[in-house]
Design a protein. Structure first.
Length: 461
């Protein structure tokens, strides 16, 4: 990051995402923090000598945080599949085409794995593309040890403009890490535990898989897909319970890939047992149900709310796979990705995309949550599960910040918060779904520094 700019008053329409003070006329940024929010007169009175004033046209919001984005892998794909001058929309379209052509395509083309220098180049490449979409941070949800080394080296060199929460992936279930004991040994080799780090790079919960993919008919469901086929269970309930208790006792949270209803329920069983066994709150470790989009029960949503478990949801998955899922599930597909159920139960919903494998621009993802329109289907489905545009944006800001251990500092524009904000040409509290889909990102700031401005070529770190 470059040298801090002079204290600035940003004047315009401000949506703070703070329920106590939802709107403001201006905010004062000093260094990397917001030190005043309110009426223009109030903010001017708080400004130190030398404060400059800037009027902006549009709506200032907290910066978007993708709560489930494989950012480093996206950067590797960008290096190989698009030109160096490709913009964010070009990259987004290229990733969708790549995923449609081969959903299991590797992140790196060639026999040799990416080097540390490749990973640093990937981080430098992906950051400006995400900033152009309004992102100021991501949760990277399955970070291998080489990926973690890449993020840590980028942080050491001062290359990170995106705030990253890295969820270590011990690769449980692979030949190299076949069982729980091997996974725990991998975690023991990592310097730190969940929550350690700073606001630029922090360790999140670990990533583990409980079931398979919905689009392949592998999600573990209470009600069978067909006949006696309830899906794929990738770890036994007993092994998961042991893993969960060992992790929570050591200070590791768990982010669990649990697509189907039975997987969700059994993961909650394991997390409840871990809390009883250890006396430690799983909420404090930001344990997550990841995906959780096929037939989770209302009882599971209520239980997740009581435990303080985050629902990390990605509407773009259902959007992309709608035709195949509807063919498999028939009318059962209408309630896919029941975001309203999670929100109404009081669960913290953190919005994400599963980038780069699914659409990941907020202007693509928010409309799916709000309009329930799916690719390849003529009519919207399950209207009762829709969120408003503003609720979906809350999940991209307030909810995602909670998943990042950053509530009060990110995802909200209030005194003491980090000066991470995005300027849109629409107001998500007043616009239609289609207007949000067509919105322009005019500017993105991280810690009071401009990392994207429309019409300006981003500076390479």
């Amino acid at each position: 990051m470059s040298e801090a700019v002079a204290p600035r008053i940003v004047v315009g329409r401000v949506r703070t995402m703070d329920p106590e003070v939802p709107t403001a006329e201006a905010l004062l940024v000093v260094g990397d923090r917001i030190v005043a929010v309110g009426s223009l007169d109030e903010v001017r009175a708080a400004g130190p000598e030398g404060t400059i004033e800037e009027r902006v046209a549009g709506t200032v919001l907290p910066g978007f945080i993708d709560a489930h984005a494989h950012a480093q892998r996206a950067g590797l794909k960008a290096l190989q599949l698009v030109d160096a001058d490709a913009d964010a929309r070009t990259f987004s379209a290229a990733m969708l085409a790549d995923g449609d052509a081969d959903p299991d395509a590797p992140d790196w083309i060639g026999d040799a794995p990416p080097t540390l220098d490749d990973r640093l180049a990937a981080i430098r490449r992906i950051q400006p593309l995400l900033h152009a979409m309004g992102f100021t941070g991501v949760v990277d949800p399955a970070v291998t040890l080489p990926e973690l080394e890449g993020y840590r080296e980028a942080h050491r060199q001062g290359l990170l403009t995106l705030r990253v929460v890295a969820m270590p992936y011990p690769e449980l279930g692979t030949p190299a890490v076949p069982d729980v004991d091997a996974a725990l040994a991998v975690l023991d080799s990592i310097d730190g535990v969940t929550g350690d780090g700073d606001d630029q790079l922090r360790l999140g919960p670990i990533k583990v898989y409980y079931d398979g993919e919905g689009m392949k008919g592998q999600a573990l469901l209470e009600r069978a897909w067909t006949g006696d086929d309830h899906g794929v269970q990738r770890i036994s309930a007993a092994d998961f319970a042991r893993l969960a208790s060992s992790c929570v006792a050591a200070g590791w949270g768990l982010g669990v890939h649990a697509v189907g209803s039975r997987a969700v329920a059994e993961v909650l069983d394991g997390l409840e047992a871990a809390e009883r066994d250890t006396g430690r709150s799983v909420a404090g470790l930001r344990c997550q149900l990841i995906h959780a989009y096929l037939e989770p029960s209302g009882a599971s949503a209520d239980r997740a709310a009581r435990l303080g478990v985050v629902a990390s949801l990605q509407p773009s998955i259902a959007w992309k796979n709608a035709v195949g899922l509807q063919r498999r599930l028939g009318s059962r597909f209408d309630e896919v990705n029941p975001m309203r159920t999670w929100v109404d139960a009081g669960v913290t919903v953190a919005m994400g995309s599963d980038a780069p494998y699914f659409p990941f621009d907020p202007r693509e993802v928010v409309p799916v949550a709000a309009a329930r329109r799916m690719r390849g289907l003529d009519e919207p489905i399950g209207a009762a599960q829709a969120l408003s545009v503003f609720e979906a944006v809350e999940a991209y800001t307030l909810g995602a910040a909670h998943a990042c251990f950053a509530e009060g500092r990110r995802g909200v524009l209030r005194v003491g918060a980090l000066a991470d904000w995005v300027l849109l040409d629409v107001d998500p509290a007043a616009c239609t779904v289609d207007e949000f889909a067509a919105a322009r990102v005019l500017r993105t700031e991280v810690g009071g520094e401009t990392v994207f401005r429309v019409g300006v070529q981003p500076r390479q770190m």
